[in-house]
Design a protein around this ligand. Structure first.
Ligand SMILES: Cc1cc2nc3c(=O)[nH]c(=O)nc-3n(C[C@H](O)[C@H](O)[C@H](O)COP(=O)(O)OP(=O)(O)OC[C@H]3O[C@@H](n4cnc5c(N)ncnc54)[C@H](O)[C@@H]3O)c2cc1C
Length: 449
């Protein structure tokens, strides 16, 4: 469908907040910035850019860690922040229609007001946009229970490079009438179209969480604990966030917290189970943890006794912005690996990093239930960044892993895409790009060359 709309006026002078994301990458100053208010305006802008062959940078909340939303000199930047309406909530079925520029927090709050729950959650919730979450197929802290953004999106409306509005805004859970086009845009990082509207699947509000902090000797023990908790009767696991001892010690210091357990264990995990406490306040999670403690898979554990405890536990896990500031310039990894490969990966990478970069700090953490292990390493000189990346990605090769479990490829991880995707996959991805965007105006240079 083509929409008729007047091309809006671009803004004069681009504020510096539109020049970089959280990756720290900067590339230049766009020639113009548009902050459209409607899909009609997005369509008119893209039609104009396509005719002129102008490169377009698409921006959500600019919290990305792969540099995908960072504009280059002379680009046309389109930021979706003004298209932020929560348009409709079907309270009977739990479906939300929302414009792509709404922040994740606004979506969570609107769902809660309607008696539902939106399960995607991440530290950047106040700034990142649901369009950006869809474009990167964001994960976050609840994937172990609810899946990634892909599992929460029922329908997508997107504007293609030539201004065509492709509405695939179905709100049905099942639809086998041909290929499901929404999945082309989820995880496409702005290379196939501008996502303008989403139908989101809401969930029943979970029972209040029982929260625990546990310590373990290694990631193999954490994997066994995770398996136990997934199978434990009465435990409904909604978070399993593991952190190295170094991460917890540094995060607690920066968040002005004391570690909930002794602070000299090698590994920790923050666990949440959505369950109603049994009589006498005893929870299924507590029972399962006590058994695991006896068996020796965990070394110690503490249960949250209050909302304040729970917030304190999460403050340590969410100390990422403070850590990034303290350790900058950092290299941030977003690897994915089968559980069975994690211990070896951590040991080899840790040894390599400490040997080559003894003056830097190397912090491991992540979402084990989603196979996702992050490493934040820094500070590094810019001339060393490539070597740091090579050393870490070399350890992923041939191990059934991914170089990006949830942040996307953007610019920063593009040189390493071939470590994760085979030649046939890359060829199909290139062909798809050529079909959707033959003049290569949408986010050029991201994901693929
Ligand atoms: C403190 C912190 C914690 C984080 N934790 C997590 C985490 O737990 N899990 C996780 O997955 N990520 C996490 N991130 C990364 C980031 O928040 C996510 O990648 C998020 O989904 C990006 O959304 P955004 O709106 O900020 O997108 P941006 O950074 O603006 O853009 C990201 C990419 O999507 C494209 N894009 C944005 N909007 C659209 C649109 N409407 N249509 C088409 N393309 C678009 C951009 O061109 C770019 O390529 C974290 C970041 C920070 C700073």
């Amino acid at each position: 469908m083509r929409l008729e709309s007047k091309l809006p006026e671009p803004e004069q002078g681009v504020d510096t907040r539109f020049l970089a994301d959280w990756s720290g990458l900067t590339r230049g100053i766009p020639a113009s910035l548009y902050r459209p208010r409607s899909v009609e305006e997005v369509s008119a802008i893209l039609q104009h850019c396509n005719e002129q062959g102008r490169p377009v940078t698409i921006q959500g909340g600019l919290t990305g860690l792969a540099g995908g939303a960072v504009p280059a000199d002379g680009d046309v930047a389109i930021n979706l922040e003004r298209m932020n309406a929560i348009e409709h909530i079907d309270e009977l079925e739990g479906v939300m229609t929302v414009q792509a520029g709404a922040t994740l927090l606004a979506v969570q709050e609107a769902a809660a007001r309607a008696g539902w729950y939106f399960p995607i959650d991440l530290g950047a919730r106040g700034s990142c946009q649901v369009g950006g979450n869809a474009a990167t197929n964001a994960g976050g802290d609840r994937v172990v229970r609810y899946g990634t953004m892909r599992d929460s999106v029922l329908g997508v409306e997107a504007v293609l490079a030539d201004g065509t509005v492709l509405s695939s805004l179905t709100r049905l859970v099942k639809n086998s009438a041909g290929l499901d086009l929404r999945f082309l845009f989820i995880g496409s990082e702005g290379t196939l179209g501008v996502i303008t509207r989403l139908q989101l699947r809401l969930q029943p509000v979970p029972a209040p969480a029982v929260t625990a902090f546990a310590a373990a000797a290694d990631t193999n023990a954490l994997a066994r604990l995770l398996r136990t908790l997934k199978r434990a009767p009465g435990v409904d696991l909604i978070a399993f966030e593991f952190m190295s001892g170094e991460f917890v010690r540094a995060g607690a210091r920066l968040a002005n917290q004391s570690c909930p357990l002794g602070d000299d264990y090698p590994w920790y995990v923050l666990i949440e189970s959505a369950e109603r406490r049994q009589d006498a306040g005893f929870s299924s999670l507590q029972q399962a943890l006590e058994k695991t403690l006896e068996e020796g898979d965990i070394l110690d554990c503490a249960l949250s006794a209050s909302l304040t405890d729970t917030e304190d536990f999460w403050r340590i896990r969410h100390s990422i912005p403070e850590l990034m500031t303290e350790l900058k310039p950092t290299v941030n990894f977003d690897c994915g690996l089968p559980w069975v490969e994690m211990e070896g990966f951590v040991d080899r990478v840790n040894a390599a990093m400490h040997e080559r970069y003894p003056g830097a700090t190397h912090l491991f953490f992540g979402h084990m239930g989603d196979n996702n292990i992050h490493l934040m390493s820094g500070p590094h000189r810019s001339e060393d960044m490539h070597d740091v990346e090579e050393r870490v990605y070399a350890e992923l090769r041939g191990r059934d892993g991914t170089i990006s479990a949830e942040h996307g490829i953007g610019f920063i991880k593009k040189p390493y895409l071939g470590y994760t995707r085979n030649a046939a996959e890359l060829a199909i991805l290139r062909q798809l790009k050529a079909v959707f965007d033959p003049k290569n105006i949408l986010n050029p240079g991201r994901v693929l060359d």
